[in-house]
Design a binder for this molecule. Structure first.
Ligand code: DON
Length: 313
């Protein structure tokens, strides 16, 4: 792996600027007990260019719970598995609501607004369970295999986090049962949720995430071997469009305004951002703002765009 001489100093500068802010504002997600114990005073940033150069700073190699960032990768798997049929069950509109809102789902007869809110990701997990079963495999094994291939090294689930979510994820249980009651889930609610809780409990570092998301800045080509297509060009454009409009929930408008990059965030404090045709970037800092996005992660992305001028606008 070659270090990017252009971007390494930028990431060093951003990590240094974040140091005095660590632990000063925001709160670590506490509704999942295993996440409440994470030290908020951590910050990592990493990127990988389309040419395979990398740069990293701060806690870029510390693994964390990627949470909703995983929705990006399960959406990718579902697009590979069922293609456009996916959109019969899931919309493509921003929700303008918190990621775990129940109200909209009731009003819209169990069809989630988009694949990145919790209900949408649970519907995606349902498709993955069906598809894996039809081929004699398991959705969880397929998720791990995709992540290991994209990151170029083994990736695992944090079983303690998965268990913690299973014990306290009452809203997700409600969302899944709602969808089941509307006939919008094909599989057993418990099995679909087990898949969903495990994908959220994937443990990865910023460096691994920046690598893994690499296909999103390369028209779908595998980030490491560059040959195999992970997604078609059309699918890649669509994933990026969904990230921009829905990837940070009800902060998506603000993020497009102040950062202008397709992003996907998670309540573990991770964010993946894409600069199409240039690079993928991952930041992590566990303290969150009121919308559930990493406070310093967003600050760091703003700083990156200001320093480099890289934005889709
Ligand atoms: O289901 C949940 O609530 C969590 N496992 C994931 C939520 C999440 O990361 C939303 N992102 N900002």
């Amino acid at each position: 792996m070659a270090t990017s001489t252009r971007f390494q100093p930028v990431l060093d500068e951003i990590a240094a600027a974040m140091q005095p802010l660590l632990g000063q504002a925001g709160t670590v997600a506490s509704y999942i007990p295993a996440l409440a114990r994470v030290d908020a005073r951590q910050f990592g940033i990493a990127l990988r260019t389309c040419d395979g150069e990398e740069a990293a700073a701060g806690d870029a190699d510390t693994p964390f719970s990627i949470q909703s960032v995983s929705k990006l990768f399960t959406l990718t798997l579902a697009m590979q598995a069922v293609g456009d049929a996916l959109w019969e069950r899931i919309g493509r509109e921003p929700s303008g609501n918190p990621f775990n809102s129940l109200v909209q789902l009731e009003n819209e007869q169990g069809k989630p607004r988009n694949p990145f809110i919790n209900a949408g990701a649970i519907a995606v997990a349902d498709r993955l369970v069906s598809h894996a079963r039809a081929e004699g495999g398991s959705a969880k094994a397929r998720i791990l295999a995709l992540m290991a291939s994209l990151a170029g090294e083994p990736v695992g689930f944090d079983e303690e986090v998965a268990r913690s979510e299973a014990e306290t994820g009452f809203r997700n249980v409600a969302l899944a049962n709602f969808m089941k009651s509307f006939g919008k889930l094909d599989n057993d609610v418990a099995e679909v949720l087990d898949t969903y809780f495990h994908q959220c409990a994937l443990r990865m570092s910023c460096r691994q995430l920046a690598r893994a998301a690499g296909y999103l800045c390369r028209d779908g080509a595998h980030p490491i071997d560059g040959e195999a297509a992970i997604t078609s060009e059309r699918q890649t454009r669509r994933i990026n469009a969904l990230m921009l409009t829905c990837g940070t929930y009800d902060a998506a408008g603000d993020v497009a305004f102040s950062i202008g990059l397709p992003c996907k965030s998670g309540v573990g404090g991770g964010i993946v951002a894409v600069v199409p045709d240039r690079l993928t970037l991952s930041v992590w800092s566990p303290a969150l703002d009121a919308t559930g996005n990493s406070l310093l992660g967003m600050k760091a992305l703003e700083m990156f765009v200001a320093r480099t001028g890289l934005s889709v606008f």
